[in-house]
Design a protein around this ligand. Sequence first.
Ligand code: COA
Length: 250
Amino acid sequence: MTEHLLHERDGALLTLRLNRPDKKNALTGAMYLGMADGLRAAAADDSIRAVMIVGGNDFTAGNDLADFARAGDGGPRPGAAFEFLQVIRSFPKPLVAGVRGVAIGIGTTMLLHCDVVVTARDAKLQMPFVRLGLVPEGGSSVLLARRVGQARANWWLLSGEAFSGASAAEAGLALETVDDNAVDATARRYAEQLATLPPGAYAESKRLLREPQAVELEAVMDAERAAFSARLQTPEAQAIFAGFFARKAG
Ligand code: COA
């Protein structure tokens, strides 16, 4: 358990709330494992009928770059992040994300595994993997293009340019975009609506929706994991992480 991830239970709804505001909810190993545990527990608990993932003023600034920097000298490997991705990609119940502020790196790619995504119009989404010396993760190498088309996926994944919550909805990555102060309530409305549906049929339907790409996705995610882990160790990536903290200190 970590104080940086709150599990809030309200009736049939479980909310996983990222809660590390001073670091813009940058994700630590403990936060990933907390989310993975929360999803696993929710899947096994018949009284939980839907899960929401939200942040506060920010969704998440992505993986903690200090952990990426430490990966170069034998520090933490990104195992927890990949464990979380394995759990979220097969989660059988309604899963809704509410995105305010920044959603960077895995903050954007995890949305590809949610059933409903609500963004603030002015949210800032970004997949700066190449800029960081890294490669895409979360299955985004294949899933993003299916969602938003190859041209936009190429641009967002390869250039690493940020885009707004409004653009995410216009492209089909989010279902709805609303004013910042309406995100949580709107996400909650969707989660509550989905929570009323018969859980057996819901889980079976999610399985069918995922099945055509399940084998391919598994292979893609394995390949992403191998490439990502290797890239983390490279001098190219390590110099970029060091630059982030040097700029902060300067
Ligand atoms: N890892 C670790 N710390 C992070 C972080 C991250 N991914 N993102 C933000 N932080 C920390 C900053 O170091 C800063 O900490 P400090 O106050 O102790 O110096 C604090 O969060 C606030 O961030 P700051 O950069 O001052 O806010 P900003 O509004 O100027 O910029 C971001 C916000 C998110 C655009 C910027 O912090 C950023 O680019 N972060 C890195 C995002 C990223 O590359 N994530 C990995 C994706 S794979």
